[in-house]
Write a protein that binds this ligand. Structure first.
Ligand code: SAM
Length: 321
C-alpha cells in the first residue's frame, strides 16, 4: 500500500479493533459518527466492481466498505495488498486471487459461483479495476452469462490527474500506458495526435523523460502536466509544455513514485513550433552563436528533435531579417 497523505489513518483504524465493523472503524479514523447505511448487509447476487484508494486510505467510499464487508469473497489482483486495506477497516472477507496470470484459469469457477447466486467483489491493487488493471474479460463474461454487474465507483488516477492538470476537461481521452519502446510509442502517439481532447497517459518513473521527449516530438509542444504521487504525502503537479517537461525530467533523472501525464488538446494554447520557452532559448543562443550551433545546443537542452528546433530557428531568423 503506498504512503498515505492522511498519515496514520489506517493505523488508527487498525488499532481501534474490537470487532466493531468497518463503519465504526472508519468513523474513528475520520472523526465521523458511525453511519448505519454502511453496515454489512445482504447483497443481491452479482459481480461488484469496487474502486479502492490510489494512495490515501481515506479515499474509499462507505458503499465500497459495505460491499467488501458483505460479499462472500473478494477477487484480488494481489491478496496481500487488498488484505492490508481490508484489515485497516476491520473487514475479514475471504480473498481469491484474480490477476493477469491466473485470470483465464480462474474465470470459469468465478462465473459458476456468480451464476449460483453469490455476490463477489472485484478489486485491483489501487484505483478502479479494469482501468489499466484486470477485470475487463470477467465483466464481459459476466454480462454474457446474464450475471448482474454493479460498479462501486471511487478513486482513479486518471480523473485525479485531469482535475489537477489545469487542462481542458470538457473532452478527455484515457490513453493508458504507451508502449515501452520508442518506435512503437511514436506510432501510438501518431494515432493520438489528431484527437481533440486532453490526453491522459499512465507512465512509469523510469520511462517518463523518454516518453515526454517522444510526446514533444510527435504531438508538438502542447501544454501538459506531470501529476505525481496523487493523494499521497508527496503529491506534486509540474506544468509546462511537453518540451519543457521533457528537458526538466531529462536533467533531473527519474522521479520517485507513480505518475500520470496529462497533455492538452491540439491547437488551444499550444504553440506547435515549440512554445515561448523554445523561442526564448533559441533567441538567446542565436544572439551569441551560429544557427547550427544554436540548434544543437537548444535541441540538447530541451530534448526536442533537431528538425523541430531547426525549423523554428529558421522561422525566427526570417522574422528578424
Ligand atoms: N486502476 C488504477 C486507476 O484507476 O488509476 C490504475 C492502475 S495502473 C496498473 C497503475 C498506474 O496508474 C501507475 O503506473 C500510474 O501511472 C497511475 N497511478 C496509480 N496511482 C497513482 C497515484 N497515486 N499518482 C499518480 N499516478 C498513479
Amino acid at each position: 500500500m503506498p504512503r498515505e497523505k492522511a498519515a496514520g489513518a489506517g493505523k488508527r483504524a487498525k488499532k481501534s479493533g474490537g470487532g466493531t465493523g468497518a463503519v465504526s472503524l472508519a468513523a474513528r479514523a475520520f472523526g465521523q459518527e458511525p453511519i448505519e447505511a454502511a453496515l454489512p448487509s445482504k447483497l443481491a447476487p452479482g459481480l461488484y466492481v469496487v474502486s479502492t484508494p490510489i494512495g490515501n486510505l481515506g479515499d474509499i467510499t462507505l458503499r465500497a466498505l459495505k460491499t467488501l464487508a458483505s460479499v462472500s469473497a473478494v477477487l484480488c489482483e494481489d491478496t496481500r495488498v487488498t488484505g492490508k486495506l481490508l484489515a485497516a477497516y476491520g473487514i475479514s472477507a475471504r480473498k481469491i486471487p484474480y490477476h493477469d496470470h491466473n485470470a483465464a484459469e480462474a474465470r470459469p469457477e468465478i462465473l459458476r459461483r456468480l451464476k449460483a447466486g453469490e455476490a463477489l467483489a472485484l478489486v485491483s491493487d489501487a484505483g478502479t479495476p479494469l482501468v489499466s488493471d484486470p477485470g475487463y474479460k470477467l465483466v464481459r463474461a459476466a454480462i454474457g452469462e446474464g450475471v448482474a454487474v454493479t460498479a462501486i465507483p471511487g478513486a482513479s488516477a486518471a480523473l485525479a490527474s485531469l482535475v489537477l492538470s489545469g487542462l481542458p476537461p470538457d473532452a478527455f481521452a484515457f490513453a493508458g500506458f504507451l508502449p515501452p519502446k520508442s518506435a512503437a510509442r511514436k506510432r501510438a502517439l501518431r494515432e493520438w495526435k489528431s484527437v481533440h481532447a486532453t490526453l491522459l497517459f499512465y507512465e512509469s518513473a523510469t520511462r517518463l523523460a523518454a516518453s515526454l521527449a517522444d510526446m514533444a516530438e510527435m504531438l508538438g509542444a502542447r501544454p501538459a502536466a506531470v501529476t505525481r504521487e496523487l493523494t499521497k504525502l508527496y503529491e506534486e503537479v509540474r506544468r509546462g509544455n511537453l518540451a519543457e517537461l521533457a528537458a526538466f525530467y531529462r536533467a533531473q533523472g527519474a522521479p520517485k513514485g507513480e505518475m500520470v501525464v496529462a497533455v492538452g488538446p491540439p491547437g488551444g494554447d499550444a504553440d506547435p513550433s515549440g512554445g515561448e520557452a523554445l523561442d526564448r532559448d533559441l533567441a538567446a543562443a542565436l544572439s551569441r552563436t551560429s544557427l547550427r550551433q544554436a540548434v544543437a545546443e537548444v535541441a540538447a537542452a530541451t530534448g526536442l528533435p533537431r528538425r523541430v528546433v531547426y525549423a523554428r530557428a529558421l522561422q525566427l531568423k526570417g522574422e528578424q531579417g
